[in-house]
Write a protein that binds this ligand. Structure first.
Ligand SMILES: Cc1cc2nc3c(=O)[nH]c(=O)nc-3n(C[C@H](O)[C@H](O)[C@H](O)COP(=O)(O)O)c2cc1C
Length: 462
């Protein structure tokens, strides 16, 4: 039997008004529905009918500071996905949550609850939060540095992992006859004392269907890559060229291998925002139509956030003043800054051209073409060591997704690149990821467990 052909993983990445910054203004958008659960339930059902792996929701714990011009409010993702899991059966849900502005115990409970209630369909996009203004919502004077945020993130994930393992799989018995509901010998405190967190445990509920929700990571800096190689099972990333995406893909897979993990168990998923037309000219005209709807005040503000240069007094149709950009410090550590710098150096755009390049998807790959051309591009990256799948980022909703589902998905199937139906029931099944062993159940941890055992008895009696 020939080995089964490698399959793409596809997530629908949802921004309420679509990914193009002016998407909410497009005539076929529905900005009046962006707080209506039925709107997202329709989308989730459509993505499930197309057999997508998951829906993905970004987040940050602060209001975007230019909400005047863009549909960039933020619903809380775990609340959001709970309501979507209730009306779907197979599709996964990936919710973003910050390790800088949460506590591990609360977050472990939230995700474990969603994983249980959805039957094993939860994923966690682990972010450290780039938006410094979030600090002011949590009683801090200052946003921690890039390095400190990643250091805290590592300890945070270690704690959450231990909490998710604190009930062994066999701990839940519910035996009417004996009257034993749970085997307390199989429920362990974690007794974590670290630099950032002190957590006794155990968690308030049994191990979840997937063992742990799928660990997703979305930072591509050096710190981000090293974090990803240790923890991530799927990686979201933004690239503009095949070459850059290949470099990232090869680097991540090598790092994963070097820490003794299986590179096939870490899916690299760049973003693509497709403008689709029945001819290339029609697709380009559609893209132009969106760019006409952009508002320079918003676009300049967005650019300033990435490159920290004030361009408001410059002629938008003049050359981009490269000399304003400084690479050192925090900014130089951020991967999105380098994506933008790379566009400036490669394409030498005017300021307006750069604003339009970024308006589509904030530095993600924007492609305008026929369904055939979009399919070719996806296949090119998939076949040439640049991607295991993609975050599909429709420029507007819902039509921007509908056309991808109706026109591109069938072509991907025809080429044998995408599933006709789900094989399994959980998000891990869709991504081809194993269910992780429980760290408390491993034979070599038995001596440790004995210590935990006596403590767990104490816990049980209090
Ligand atoms: C597809 C994608 C989605 C992301 N979603 C979020 C998000 O929801 N919240 C967030 O704070 N950062 C998000 N990020 C940003 C990264 O998590 C990270 O903070 C940023 O890239 C800076 O980190 P880095 O310098 O390690 O790349 C996302 C990045 C990508 C590529």
């Amino acid at each position: 039997m020939p080995a089964e052909k490698r399959q793409l993983n596809l997530n629908l990445f949802i921004y309420p008004g679509g990914h193009h910054e002016a998407g909410w203004r497009y005539k076929d958008s529905a900005p009046e529905r962006v707080l209506d659960i039925a709107y997202y339930q329709e989308l989730a059902k459509k993505a499930e009918a197309s057999k997508f792996d998951a829906l993905f929701f970004a987040d940050g714990p602060a209001l975007a500071d230019n909400i005047r011009y863009a549909s960039r409010f933020r619903l809380e993702p775990l609340t959001w996905i709970s309501a979507l899991a209730a009306v779907t059966e197979r599709i996964g849900f990936i919710a973003t949550a910050s390790t800088t502005y949460n506590e591990p115990y609360n977050l472990a409970r939230l995700f474990a609850s969603v994983d249980h209630l959805s039957g094993g369909r939860a994923g966690w996009n682990i972010v450290t939060t780039g938006d410094a203004s979030a600090a002011l919502n949590f009683g801090f004077d200052r946003h921690p540095t890039h390095a400190d945020r990643y250091e805290r993130a590592s300890e945070f994930v270690d704690v959450v992992t231990k909490l998710w393992d604190s009930w062994e799989d066999a701990a839940l018995i519910a035996d009417r006859q004996s009257g034993i509901f749970a085997d307390t010998d199989k429920i362990h405190p974690i007794n974590h004392i670290g630099k950032y967190h002190r957590v006794k445990g155990p968690l308030t509920l049994p191990r979840s269907p997937q063992g742990r929700p799928v660990y997703v990571q979305a930072g591509s800096s050096q710190d981000g890559r090293s974090f990803a190689s240790r923890y991530a099972e799927a990686i979201f990333t933004a690239h503009q060229t095949l070459g850059n995406a290949q470099e990232f893909y090869a680097d991540i897979k090598a790092r994963v291998k070097s820490v003794g993990r299986n590179p096939d168990h870490v899916k690299v998923l760049p973003g693509i925002s497709p403008f689709i037309g029945s001819t290339e000219a029609e697709a380009r005209a559609l893209h132009d139509e969106f760019n006409e709807l952009t508002q320079p005040e918003y676009s300049l503000h967005q650019l300033r956030r990435i490159v920290d240069a004030d361009l408001s007094s410059y002629d938008l149709d003049g050359p981009f003043p490269r000399e304003l950009i400084r690479i050192e410090g925090e900014r130089g550590a951020s991967s999105r800054f380098h994506v933008v710098l790379d566009i400036i150096e490669r394409e030498n755009p005017t300021i307006r051209q750069l604003l339009h390049r970024l308006a589509g998807a904030r530095g993600h790959w924007v492609q305008a073409g026929t369904p055939e051309q979009i399919t070719d591009k996806i296949q090119e990256w998939f076949d040439n060591g640049a991607a295991d799948g993609f975050n599909i980022m429709p420029p507007y909703l819902q039509g921007g997704f509908d056309i991808f589902a109706e026109e591109v998905v069938p072509l991907l199937r025809k080429r044998g690149l995408f599933r006709h139906d789900y094989d399994g029931a959980t998000l891990r099944d869709h991504f081809g990821l194993p269910r992780p062993e429980n760290t408390f159940s491993r034979p070599h941890r038995l001596s440790h467990l004995r210590i935990g055992h006596s403590t767990s008895k104490r816990y049980a009696n209090t």
